[in-house]
Ligand binder design. Sequence first.
Ligand code: SF4
Length: 363
Amino acid sequence: MKGCVRLKAEQSPETDITSRAEKSMSFAVTSERLFDGVFYEPEALNYPLGRYLWERYSFLPWTEIENHNNIPQMRAASNREFAHLKRHLIVGVRKTHRYTENGKVSDFLVPYTSSGCRAMCLYCYLVCNYNKCAYLRVFVNREEMMDKMVQKANAEPGRHVFEIGSNSDLVLENAVTGNLPWTVEEFARRAKGKLTFPTKFGDVEPLLNLDHRRKIIFRVSVNPEELIRKVELGTSPLSRRINAVNAMCGAGYPVGVLLAPVILTTGWEILYEQLLDTLSKTLDPAVKRGGFLEVIFMTYSFLHNAINSEAFPNTLALYRPDQMVGRGRGKYRYREGIRQKAEELLRNLIGKYLPGMPVLYIS
Ligand code: SF4
């Protein structure tokens, strides 16, 4: 691991609402018990990955569906059943492969091998797209998606960073499919461009000894431990995420750290100062020298509020009408004055605790 810091794993986070399965998942996403059932498009079984999943989860009930985007029994469920819906795996074939231009770390957002997620962060942006049906959908036609990316990368060498993790958490997905090592080595071997993905999980061991050729930019998303426990349900504790980025840096990957999403809860100034202090003490010097930062403020929505208040009535209230303002289509963001002050404080804290790390953007 080339001189990187190793932290001890923390105790399993305790929250009132996470089930035992969620707690164990937040440690290491290796359990076969993440799901209660599988819905699948029969066409998926024509692909090697589809057959692999069929074997691996053969002990679960499999229900045939026509279309992964429309599962009537899931749509008919109430918001209260959100956590139960998340215990289903959907296996299908991705039909649309439209890229979206992006000007942050990547040039294109690429629909890749999954949409939705098994974890349950209370602000998860995927809820805006999928509503309560934000469960994990895995797409088995990974070779077709890779071919398209390689073609585009090699045809346009100037526009070459592809974000493949904007629809899911690929480290979590990897625990189900084993896709990531294949993705890393296949892309590194064939394409001229770069790939990137963020994660809230620490399970990076399968990625450490790969031939990545420094073409994969690994980004870890962090928040104060208290907010991880209360809001990012089913994800890895902070220490495991820090271990992961240190290990990936030690394995030669370019790395970044996202402070995301910044949540302006009561006492947030202290929580984020503690977080930056922890990062300054535990990030490997190589991460602090060569890595970069991104800062993203939380956005929220009417949909989140409806689902969370029914499915998780005892959790931290993220909708703060005194702080937030509508930005159209039922979405909320922090008011400009509040956000600006917060940005100023965060820039000062970053300057104090992580002075060598460039901030790519604050949004
Ligand atoms: S880990 Fe990411 S994709 Fe999964 S629920 Fe949390 S925010 Fe959504």
